[in-house]
Design a binder for this molecule. Structure first.
Ligand SMILES: Nc1ncnc2c1ncn2[C@@H]1O[C@H](COP(=O)(O)OP(=O)(O)O)[C@@H](O)[C@H]1O
Ligand SMILES: [Mg+2]
Length: 247
């Protein structure tokens, strides 16, 4: 059990009596890269929120690093989310009166474990890796969508989370910016961070080790893409499977 970072056991989620997720069970191993796919409205975002402490499932349980999320006091859960989990969304939602760099370092100050000097050093190393160091002092309104999303990844990674959760992180990007962002996520994964993305983009999901297909709030099937196969053959495998899923 120790190698599982996340264990989701028979969770469900209802909004005012309407069932959106049902009987969802899966595990994520440490170091895995998993994508969740499915049509719009099938429950991908709801699933992500329900397993990452952003929202409570209506039934079942979620264990993160062996801890039952539902049993954690609010403060503990907040700390866990700040220090052990990173989040990226379709839009970065940066504070508009702060520079890119100040937005990125903000969660590290919230965490309060390092000196300003150390935090800035780590942020600049991250920005360099993501290719956005040159826009560190820019206003968030003055950079491209791709740069902003790479900055959002820096912000998500600043506290060195064990897992990175993404909800359609390339949903607002064109295909070249999507490729850039996915190349970066692939590197982060290679460096040991576990990744769980929900997406309706097959090119994005093709980067994962494993893809879970969600339909009407249930897991329909999963597809193992493996690590060593050629990119082209992974994409082909995934496309054939998605066709079978009726995507
Ligand atoms: N806060 C909410 N209240 C009521 N219904 C919701 C809420 N959030 C999501 N839903 C419903 O749950 C279903 C799944 O939504 P969502 O998880 O956003 O799907 P996806 O991310 O796959 O597009 C949709 O039918 C949506 O209308
Ligand atoms: Mg969604």
């Amino acid at each position: 059990m120790d190698q599982n970072i996340l264990e989701v056991k028979e969770i469900g989620k209802s909004f005012e009596g309407t069932e959106v997720l049902r009987d969802i069970t899966f595990q994520i191993e440490k170091g895995e890269f998993v994508a969740v796919m499915g049509r719009s409205g099938c429950g991908k975002s709801t699933l992500l929120y329900s397993i990452s402490g952003m929202d409570d499932p209506t039934g079942g349980e979620v264990l993160f690093e062996g801890k039952r999320l539902a049993e954690l006091p609010e403060k503990e859960l907040e700390k866990l989310r700040l220090n052990r989990m990173g989040f990226i969304f379709q839009k970065a939602n940066f504070l508009k009166n702060l520079s890119i760099e100040d937005n990125i370092i903000f969660p590290a100050f919230q965490s309060g474990q390092k000196s300003r000097q150390q935090i800035v050093k780590e942020a600049e190393a991250l920005m360099e890796r993501m290719g956005i160091l040159s826009v560190a002092d820019h206003d968030v309104r003055k950079v491209s969508g791709g740069q902003l999303q790479r900055a959002a990844i820096c912000r998500a990674m600043i506290n060195q989370p064990a897992i990175l959760f993404g909800d359609e992180p390339t949903g607002a990007l064109n295909s070249s910016a999507t490729r850039e962002v996915m190349d970066i996520l692939e590197k982060i994964h290679q460096d040991g961070t576990t990744i769980l993305l929900v997406t309706h983009d097959a090119r994005v999901a093709a980067r994962a080790d494993r893809v879970i297909y969600l339909e009407d709030g249930r897991i329909k099937d999963e597809c193992l893409l493996g690590k060593q196969e050629e990119k082209k053959s992974r994409e082909k495998l995934l496309m054939e499977w998605l066709e079978k899923m009726g995507f």
